[in-house]
Structures are given as structure tokens and as C-alpha cells.
Design a protein. Structure first.
Lengths: 117, 111
């Protein structure tokens, strides 16, 4: 059974940093593209970042470029999202997801990130 | 970025009756390999999103056959042949043809 378990969310002040983690199991993590997707309050879903199987390619939505960094550790079956210079508009539930064939087929339960003073 | 526009945004339904959601993209979703990467997701209250349909019309494993997807180019539709109580939630279309992948605003289905 595919499982994706996020952690690391919380309350942070504007300009602060957080690092989200995602522990993956039930599939060959090192063979899978991975994604972070978020849902802001009262808004729809937004793809935030993707990373290739070996970490050699990363893609970001424009609104987070230069502030967020997606990474992975295939030895630990783990995905990360380093979020710096956080803004109020980054407040959202962040989902770790497995990407396959230009889609997202499995999602974690999500972790809440709140940026507020 | 490709804009995905769903309609309606709110869909009152009657149990046992059909329902339909439209999704339009600001440009064709046909990829260079000929595939069209249009997906549909369901998010029930308090749950994570769940993929229902991929590449326009392919149902995911375990998805009831009352759900079907159709369309081409820029116009797509998700149909529920007979709505059941467990179908309540928000439905999103998503395109994976271009980065960044973009989602529709969501359609809230309620009884």
C-alpha cells in the first residue's frame, strides 16, 4: 500500500523558514517523480514543485521560485520542501504526492503551514 | 500558465440523478506525444484529494464506473451517472501537459 506521510508544518512568522518532510513507503521511491501541491484556505489546489527520480531536475511554480527548494533522499525514501522567506500567501495545507505520467496518483494527508505574525 | 476554468462552481445534486462538470483549458492540452494529460480529482470533506480519472477518460483502480471522463483539446467533462451520498465533495480538473501543472477552481458537489 502506498503511504505518504508529511511532517514539519506549523506556525511561522513572515520572513521565516520551515522544512517539510515526507516519508514514503509501499512503492519504489527512487523510481518516482515526486511533487508538492498546496491548497490555500478558500482557494483551489496549486502545484508547487516537482523533482525527478534522481534529483537532477526540479521545477517550481513562479510564486515560490528562489524561496522554496525541493529535494529528496532516495536512501531514506524521503522528500523535502525547504521554505524560506515565507509570506502570508504561502499559508496552506501542503501535500506530498507521487507524480507519474504527468499526473499525481497518490497523495499524503497534508500538513498545515500558517504564516502569520 | 494554462488557466483551467470549471463550471459550475457549485452543483446541487439529487441522489440517483446524473451530474456533469465542465472544465476548459486556455490552450490545447495535447502533448507532443499525442497524449492529453487531463485529470480529475475528488476531495471529500476532511480528506486528501483522490484521483478519479487520468488522460481524459481512464478511470483509476477502485473508482466506481458511474464516474466517466470525456473531451478533447480544450473542453472536458466529468460525468456521474447516478449520484450517491459518498460523492459529496469538491472536484478538480488538472492539466499535466505544461508546467506548472494547474488546477481548476473546484466544483463543490452537494446534495
Amino acid at each position: 500500500e502506498v503511504q505518504l506521510v508529511e511532517s514539519g508544518g506549523g506556525l511561522v512568522q513572515p520572513g521565516g523558514s520551515l522544512r517539510l518532510s515526507c516519508a514514503a513507503s509501499g512503492f519504489t521511491f527512487s523510481a518516482s517523480w515526486m511533487s508538492w501541491v498546496r491548497r490555500a484556505p478558500g482557494k483551489g489546489l496549486e502545484g508547487v514543485a516537482n523533482i525527478k527520480q534522481d534529483g537532477s531536475e526540479m521545477y517550481y511554480v513562479d510564486s515560490v521560485k528562489g524561496r522554496f527548494t525541493i529535494s529528496r533522499d532516495n536512501a531514506k525514501n524521503s522528500l523535502y520542501l525547504q521554505m524560506d522567506s515565507l509570506r502570508a500567501e504561502d499559508t496552506a495545507v501542503y501535500y506530498c504526492a507521487r507524480a507519474a505520467d504527468r499526473s499525481v496518483d497518490y497523495w499524503g494527508q497534508g500538513t498545515q503551514v500558517t504564516v502569520s505574525s | 500558465d494554462v488557466v483551467m476554468t470549471q463550471s459550475p462552481l457549485s452543483l446541487p445534486v439529487t441522489l440517483g440523478q446524473p451530474a456533469s462538470i465542465s472544465c476548459r483549458s486556455s490552450q490545447s492540452l495535447v502533448y507532443s506525444n499525442g497524449n492529453t494529460y487531463l485529470n480529475w480529482f475528488q476531495q471529500r470533506p476532511g480528506q486528501s484529494p483522490r484521483r478519479l480519472i487520468y488522460k481524459v477518460s481512464n478511470r483509476d483502480s477502485g473508482v466506481p464506473d458511474r464516474f466517466s471522463g470525456s473531451g478533447s483539446g480544450t473542453d472536458f467533462t466529468l460525468k456521474i451517472s447516478r449520484v450517491e451520498a459518498e460523492d459529496v465533495g469538491i472536484y478538480y480538473c488538472m492539466q499535466g501537459t505544461y508546467w506548472p501543472w494547474t488546477f481548476g477552481q473546484g466544483t463543490k458537489v452537494e446534495v
